[in-house]
Design a protein around this ligand. Structure first.
Ligand SMILES: NC(=O)c1ccc[n+]([C@@H]2O[C@H](COP(=O)([O-])OP(=O)(O)OC[C@H]3O[C@@H](n4cnc5c(N)ncnc54)[C@H](OP(=O)(O)O)[C@@H]3O)[C@@H](O)[C@H]2O)c1
Length: 254
């Protein structure tokens, strides 16, 4: 897809991958709509790129259906349409066995799964009617297994990934493109908190270059870096006992 003159929504643009996506996409002749909860960061980013492209930012919580609908209506009022929706907002909340609670699960699913669902619900009718549009959902290579301490996160990303996969097939006849972005470890404020070793960690500018190239090529799935992608494929077909053995050692160390 040629990104020139497109109207592109980025959720979770106040930090990390979303922020860098806005920076790099501002080099294209496109309109950018940025959303996140921290409006002051969006305003600062907008000021940085406003000489290069038309940019508007909205404070919005993707896990709040009404908040998403309000933004959608404002965007349609301002731009008339969205061409590409990059649904990137996400959180990584630890899953604690000693304090297992549904509240944490609801928060993670609210952002990482329903944050996509609410936007897709609003976008689809017009995309299908006009036989156009692209939905880019950011999931994770961590969707491949239930890693210890990351149960809600892995489950939410797997749920989002399966949803995108099923939509991709169903929407083919309407010419609506669905892309799944599955990053490995990328250096952002989300991973800066991690105290464990992150294999094949890559810089955010490199990650975003890969994502943009994948969108331009309309790849179904954009997964990177290669070594992490291969490792997760190996983990997926590994016997359960071996997976448990490897990751039990990791749990004992903590
Ligand atoms: N970094 C990695 O290694 C990695 C790996 C695989 C997948 N991913 C995925 O990539 C995406 C971006 O992650 P990142 O590394 O860039 O993390 P990040 O730096 O923490 O950024 C997360 C973004 O999501 C937004 N967000 C969080 N909760 C939100 C909510 N309720 N409503 C609206 N926006 C919300 C945050 O903005 P506010 O706090 O201002 O709302 C922020 O802009 C996430 O979906 C993440 O799961 C990241």
């Amino acid at each position: 897809m040629n990104l020139n003159n497109k109207t592109i929504l980025i959720t979770g643009a106040s930090s990390g991958i979303g922020y860098e996506l806005a920076l790099q996409l501002s080099e294209y002749n496109c309109n950018l709509i940025l959303t996140a909860r921290r409006k002051e960061l969006l305003d600062e980013l907008s000021r940085r790129i406003s000489s290069k492209c038309k940019v508007i930012s909205y404070q919005s919580d993707v896990s709040d259906k009404t908040s998403v609908k309000n933004v959608y209506e404002k965007v349609i009022g301002e731009f008339g349409k969205i061409d590409i929706a990059i649904l990137n907002a996400g959180i990584d909340q630890k899953t604690r066995i000693t304090n297992f609670n549904s509240g944490d699960a609801e928060i993670t699913m609210g952002v990482n799964f329903f944050g996509l669902v609410y936007w897709i619900e609003l976008l689809l009718p017009e995309f299908m009617r006009e036989k156009r549009g692209m939905i880019v959902g950011v999931t994770s290579l961590a969707d491949v297994k239930g890693f210890p301490g990351s149960g809600y996160y892995c489950a939410s990303k797997a749920a989002a990934g399966h949803l995108l996969e099923s939509l991709r097939i169903g929407l083919k006849k309407y010419n609506v493109k669905v892309i799944t972005v599955k990053p490995g470890f990328v250096k952002t404020p989300m991973t800066d908190k991690n105290e464990f070793h992150m294999p094949f960690l890559i810089d955010v500018d490199k990650a975003v270059k890969i994502i943009i190239r994948g969108i331009e090529k309309e790849k179904r799935v954009i997964e990177f870096p290669l070594m992490t992608s291969l490792s997760t494929k190996l983990l997926k077909c590994m016997p359960y006992s071996m997976f448990e053995f490897i990751f039990s050692k990791d749990v004992k160390k903590k």
